[in-house]
Design a binder for this molecule. Structure first.
Ligand code: BTN
Length: 265
């Protein structure tokens, strides 16, 4: 571990307010993908809440087979080993619970009274003023219907001020959204992120998807706006208690369980 990574690890541990998340913590200088590291750790018996962080990733993965741009030292690339007591079939809304945790953390880190709250873009993005500030990639391993472990991967744009050309108009960071472009301490940001994600994953595990869907109703990106998801086009009307997206199409209300939501003019 580099000196900087070791310092960040110690400073995160000093500030942690979680019960389990991050109590076992690995902080790499560079790695291929923290999700792969966390998967290997899970297979070797890492505890619920074990966290892998890296300053940079060579092969960061996003959803739908895309790459996750992961330059060094600016943002957070985080993977959490989770072992929630739920069936494999109950898993889909978990991404929304994690999204709510990330959204609350983003708001807590911004603090500014003027700031409009972050939004969760179904199913796995968190946005600030219509631009993506974080993405979530959950990968599960199961034996039959029984869930063995999960890896919750989160990429949070903390201090980045420049993005690759294809993302420039779509992405933002906590720093870019600050009126004075103030940089944030990533160790502090990680401790806040882990606390909020633990809280919402535990709530989902205890109470199911209904409280998650209810909390989402005031935070859902594109609510009341036109969007498409695969071949379905319509107006976003909300999220069901099972975590499906409600899209009002010209053929009636559709409940979508997966896909990529794209705004339409
Ligand atoms: C998305 O496409 O929105 C999901 C992005 C998830 C990126 C994170 S960064 C940490 C973890 N490691 C990976 O390789 N991917 C996830």
């Amino acid at each position: 571990m580099s000196e900087a990574a070791s310092r960040n690890r110690s400073r995160t541990l000093e500030q942690l307010q979680t019960e389990r998340y991050g109590r076992s913590l690995q902080w790499h200088g560079i790695t291929d993908s923290t999700n792969d590291d966390a998967k290997r750790a899970a297979t070797s018996g890492a505890p619920d809440g074990h966290v892998v962080v890296a300053d940079a990733q060579r092969m960061g993965r996003g959803s739908h087979g895309r790459a996750w741009s992961s330059p060094e030292g600016e943002d957070l690339y985080v993977s959490i080993v989770a072992r929630p007591a739920i069936a494999f079939s109950a898993l889909p809304p978990l991404t929304l619970a994690v999204g709510l945790g990330v959204a609350h953390a983003v708001d807590a880190l911004r603090e500014a009274a003027h700031a409009s709250p972050s939004r969760v873009k179904w199913p796995n993005d968190v946005q600030l003023e219509g631009r993506k500030v974080a993405g979530i990639l959950i990968e599960a391993s199961a034996s039959g219907a029984q869930l063995d472990s999960l890896v919750i991967g989160i990429g949070l744009n903390v201090n980045r001020c420049e993005f690759p050309e294809d993302l420039a108009a779509l992405a933002t960071s906590l720093r870019l959204s600050h009126p004075q472009r103030q940089a944030l301490d990533r160790a502090h940001a990680l401790s806040v992120l882990l606390a909020q994600v633990e809280l919402w994953v535990d709530r989902f595990t205890r109470e199911g998807a209904a409280p998650v869907a209810d909390a989402l109703s005031s935070r859902l990106a594109l609510l009341g706006e036109r969007a498409r998801c695969g071949d379905a086009r319509g107006i976003v009307r909300g999220v069901t208690h099972e975590g499906a997206l409600l899209l009002q199409t010209e053929h009636g209300m559709r409940e979508l369980i997966a896909g990529r939501l794209v705004p339409e003019p």
